[in-house]
Design a protein. Structure first.
Length: 433
């Protein structure tokens, strides 16, 4: 049996373990955290990722936990509706889009890995140090975080799913520059409140060229009580000098504590009638701060397949960190995991499997990384902000019928073929070959 060591027990790493196990491949997950806790705030899982997790047997738990997103709607900074579109099953996908708490999703994955692969399948407090590979396999040196003791693990392949500051990536690609930041600072929080609009709407207000606010519900349990657990994201484009100073001071850590006084003044008068933005910000028991960063796409993820090598690759944020726009980060990590398992199960050797995985996934996600830097929806929001900074009564007074039609057509041209492609694509489950 092939054995894969996975560095990182986030969404991507745990999805990889489940996918590998389902494909008949042994997996061991290591993570430097002493314990895995349900950290973070909300994320969106696109239908592509929901399909894969459903085929891994997690559809019922996702349905019981997350909110099936009904629509995404864009507003100006005064709360006036610009344009919106249906999401998930509402636009024809066979699988829903879910808005869900990232930590709850991670705990679902973790519990399932331990149930199916055994309690020892995830080793916490175990930090990756380095790897060495040969024709016989991969030797991974790790450190026990509590004692400092070094020891070795042996496997047939190593997958780095260890995030933005991946140590596996650092060994594969030494000398890489730090994460790339465009000057947008994000503050995020979760607070219970009253449902707004459909009760299942992702609302985006403002523009990423200045100020933007995103809010959506993430808890089916709260919805059953007639309430909404609302995830919010406040984005501020900082001036150049302030942006550089802030990044030097804060770095990029998804769980870094933010301060109310840093974010609230930017949005103090954003009261829309249907949504009280200052109340959401002040009501959050905890605020997280994160600079919107990514990395330039890599020409390759793994080690060169020569001299017995080619047994190491990357997955998720370790492979392709991207701006958290368009609900792609976690979703693409799940897709990575499924294609990884599919490719390894069908290959004659681990090196051939990793090469096949990279050839299928790298060009797709590299294109997404670049696309997230310039989203058409953000250009639309900026156009409205420039033409009607004080708000508007009718969007037709700001954007021409032709402009609105062109935007709608562009969305449909890209989305509807994607719906058909996902609905008709064969399963990545090995048993259904």
């Amino acid at each position: 049996m092939v054995r894969v060591i996975v560095a990182g027990a986030g969404i991507g790493g745990l999805s990889a373990a489940l996918s590998l196990h389902a494909a008949g491949i042994d997996a061991l997950v290591i993570d430097s955290a002493a314990a895995l806790r349900p950290l973070g705030v909300g994320i969106n899982l696109m239908p592509h990722a929901v399909r894969e997790l459903t085929e891994l047997g997690l559809g019922g738990e996702l349905e019981a936990t997350g909110i099936p997103t009904a629509e995404m709607v864009h507003f100006d900074r005064h709360g006036n509706r610009i344009w919106g579109f249906a999401s998930g099953r509402n636009i024809g996908y066979r699988w829903p889009q879910y808005s869900i708490h990232r930590g709850e999703l991670q705990m679902i994955l973790l519990a399932t890995v331990r149930d199916r692969l055994g309690p020892g399948a995830v080793r916490t407090g175990t930090a990756f140090v380095s790897f060495a590979e040969s024709s016989a396999g991969v030797t991974v040196q790790v450190r026990d975080r509590s004692s400092g003791t070094l020891w070795e693990l042996r496997g047939d392949a190593l997958v780095g799913a260890d995030g933005l500051y991946s140590q596996v990536r650092a060994q594969l690609h030494p000398g890489e520059p730090p994460p790339r930041w465009g000057g947008v600072m994000m503050w995020r929080g979760v607070v219970e409140g009253a449902p707004f609009l459909t009760g299942r709407t992702v609302a985006v207000a403002g523009t990423n060229a200045a100020l933007k606010f995103v809010a959506y519900p993430i808890s089916r349990q709260a919805e059953r009580r007639g309430r909404a657990l609302l995830n919010w994201v406040a984005e501020v484009k900082l001036p150049g000098r302030a942006a550089l100073a802030s990044l030097d001071r804060n770095g990029a850590d998804w769980n870094r504590e933010g301060r109310l006084g840093d974010v609230l003044p930017w949005f103090a008068d954003w009261e829309f009638g249907w949504l009280d933005v200052p109340a959401l910000i002040t009501g959050a028991p905890r605020i997280l701060e994160y600079p919107m960063v990514d990395r330039d796409p890599l020409p390759s993820w793994g080690s060169e397949p020569s001299g017995g090598a080619g047994r190491v690759s990357l997955l998720g944020d370790a492979a392709h960190p991207m701006y958290p726009i368009g609900a792609n980060g976690g979703s693409q990590a799940v897709l990575d995991a499924r294609v990884l398992a599919w490719s390894l199960a069908r290959a004659d050797t681990p090196a051939e499997g990793l090469a096949a995985y990279e050839s299928q996934r790298l060009p797709v996600v590299n294109a997404i990384v670049l696309a997230c830097r310039d989203m058409p929806a953000d250009r639309l929001l900026q156009t409205v902000s420039t033409r009607a900074p004080g708000g508007f009564e009718r969007i037709e007074d700001v954007l021409s019928t032709a402009e609105l039609a062109a935007f709608d057509q562009a969305y449909r041209t890209t989305t509807l073929p994607d719906v058909a492609a996902l609905n008709s694509r064969p399963s990545l489950s090995i048993s259904s070959r």
